[in-house]
Design a protein. Structure first.
Length: 605
């Protein structure tokens, strides 16, 4: 239940009372040093399968860095402003009319709309009004989990971030406010038009200064219930895209088939979001089509030639440690395959098994991994015990040995990894309806927490049967800065640059159009961002200087309005910018023949 609209908060600036002292709000800030798992308290307990939030929402649970509970303290004398002080001198939160505390703005008043305090619950990547059915094609178990999560988290979401003018460790609570039979895949290597052909005249409405649709491809046949189309990989030669049971490759310049499609006997169920240094990826596909089929068949692919490399079958782990769903990632020469409660590492070039990651200590079972420049493992620990919590480790990709361990407080769950280098973790607390963004240094010590009033506008995928740590798009980071889009409430959204050294805002830039602007990557000292299309205008690609206090976006591409319907037509999408071209592709096919949905488009000059 959220605070009534337009009612100013009653509390002062500062953190809510320590929940261990009977209040509602953030746990105490963590110690500076990383903590190790607690000593075993009996046989390891198997954590139950996680239940997920609504479609696109990060998975709720536990995930705030741990700090030993302070001893109970007597009531403190009143602080300036008339609020009694909580532990460590933090003002206590005053109760609101619905049993939730009133949430102060950064200056003690209710911010205007658009800066993080909407009157309704919001989640990063939550479905938008008028969006398509998010449960289409999802198994009944996933739908049930999502519906249950909706019932649990239907109230206001509060953001727990670091703040306070004087105390750099003081947290601040912020309100975040048709069916058909399955058809065989196509064997057409062009799959919807040869080369740069424009049979639908998407360039017909181009105006002076507009970019051009260089080429586009229709989606392959998919079941009426829909199908996944994971990943998109761009090399110097090819734009490669997976869809349902196939992997396609198109020449980046003209869209001609670079190599014949690779067809699998069953649907593709996972893919590495990264490619290796020599342009290799690995996809996983199902072992069969029955309800007992597992996502355990691995195939390495060379993106430049289409050659199929090594193949392997992933074994199940112990009881409840299945390969019903897996996560794949590449770090250096290591492919990490995450099961529901463990992981196995392979040499990405040879397929040789390198090592297993089965547990942290005696009762921590790693259920999610994130790869890229670093390899991160997340484990749920001591399930069903009083000290249930999450732990995070950075692993040596060659050996699997932990470089450091960080323990999160009970009640908090590591939901997403916005960046692995630098490591930026988004965690949530279902019971407190709060979230937190923390960044960690190379030594595993917490570097900062975000201290900015914002409602997160990153686009995040499903996290039902697994955490899907790297399932968010539209957020970027470099060594010193996190670039986070806000969620549009009225008018354009903004991109906020957040200093990772202290969690403070550097600058924010408003979208140059009425539609949302989403970060893609940092390139040559500039942030590249995608401005989404409207019903009567194409999308844009812009660059924003990362230095300065008030940078302004410069348009790199302005897509033609005649292609805006196609740009807006994806159920979910992936996008990338490479060598002056903008690539946009679907990550979920609807299976609707009448829709003539697209798989991928390329825009350029």
């Amino acid at each position: 239940m959220s605070q009534p609209p337009n009612q100013p908060p009653q509390g002062g600036f500062g953190a809510p009372q320590d929940p261990r002292q009977g209040g509602f709000g953030a746990p105490q800030p963590p110690q500076d040093a990383p903590q190790t798992p607690p000593p075993p308290q009996g046989p390891p307990q198997t954590p139950p399968p996680p239940q997920g939030p609504p479609p696109g929402a990060p998975q709720p649970g536990y995930g705030y860095p741990q700090q030993p509970a302070p001893p109970a303290q007597p009531a403190q004398p009143a602080q300036p402003g008339g609020y009694p002080s909580g532990p460590y001198g933090q003002p206590q939160q005053q109760p609101g009319p619905y049993g939730y505390p009133q949430q102060p703005g950064p200056y003690g008043q209710q911010p205007a709309q658009g800066y993080g305090y909407p009157p309704q619950p919001q989640y990063p990547g939550a479905p938008q009004p008028g969006s398509r059915n998010p449960f289409k094609g999802k198994p009944a178990l996933a739908v049930g989990a999502a519906v249950a999560a909706l019932a649990v988290i239907g109230g206001t979401v509060f953001a727990v971030t670091r703040g306070g003018d004087d105390d750099p460790k003081k947290p601040v609570a912020q309100e975040s406010g048709d069916s058909k039979n399955t058809e065989a895949p196509t064997d057409d290597p062009d799959n919807g038009g040869g080369g740069g052909a424009d049979p639908e005249n998407l360039n017909g409405g181009r105006e002076a200064g507009d970019s051009k649709v260089l080429w586009y491809k229709g989606a392959p046949d998919a079941p009426g219930s829909g199908a996944d189309a994971p990943g998109m990989w761009i090399t110097d030669k090819a734009a490669v895209k997976a869809a349902y049971k196939q992997v396609f490759a198109y020449n980046v310049g003209d869209g001609e088939a670079t190599w014949d499609p690779i067809t699998f006997p069953e649907k593709i169920c996972a893919a590495t979001p990264e490619k290796s240094a020599d342009d290799k990826i690995v996809v996983a596909y199902m072992s069969g089509s029955s309800d007992r089929a597992k996502c355990n068949q691995l195939q390495q692919i060379d993106l430049n030639t289409g050659a199929k490399g090594w193949k392997a079958s992933v074994e199940n782990g112990a009881l409840f440690d299945s390969t019903l769903d897996v996560e794949l990632s590449i770090t250096g020469k290591t492919l990490m395959v995450g099961r529901s409660q463990s992981g196995t590492a392979y040499d990405v070039n040879s397929g040789e098994k390198l090592w297993d990651k089965k547990k942290f200590g005696d009762a921590c079972f790693p259920d999610a991994f994130a790869g890229g420049k670093k390899l991160i493992a997340v484990a749920g620990c001591n399930a069903s015990r009083s000290n249930e919590h999450d732990e995070v480790q950075e692993l040596d990709p060659a050996t699997g040995k932990a470089k450091w361990t960080w323990q999160f407080a009970g009640g908090w769950k590591v939901s997403r990894v916005f960046s692995v280098d630098p490591l930026v973790i988004y965690s949530t607390n279902e019971d407190k309806k709060q979230w937190n963004i923390s960044t960690f240094g190379p030594d595993g010590k917490r570097r900062s927490q975000v201290d900015v009033a914002l409602e997160i506008g990153a686009q995040c995928g499903w996290a039902i049967l697994q955490r899907d740590l790297q399932g968010c798009t539209g957020v970027a980071a470099d060594a010193d800065t996190l670039y986070m889009p806000t969620k549009a409430v009225t008018g354009p959204n903004e991109i906020v640059a957040i200093n990772l050294a202290n969690g403070k805002e550097k600058w924010r830039v408003k979208s140059p159009a009425e539609e949302s602007m989403l970060p893609i990557k940092v390139e040559d000292g500039k942030l590249i961002a995608y401005v989404e299309p409207s019903y009567d205008a194409g999308g844009q690609v812009v660059s924003i200087p990362v230095s300065g206090s008030s940078p302004q976006p410069t348009t790199l591409l302005k897509n033609p309005a005649s292609a805006s319907d196609v740009e807006r037509g994806f159920f979910t999408k992936a996008f990338d910018w490479a060598d002056g071209r903008f690539y946009l592709s679907s990550t979920r096919l609807t299976g609707n023949d009448a829709a003539k949905e697209k798989l991928i488009l390329a825009f350029g000059k």
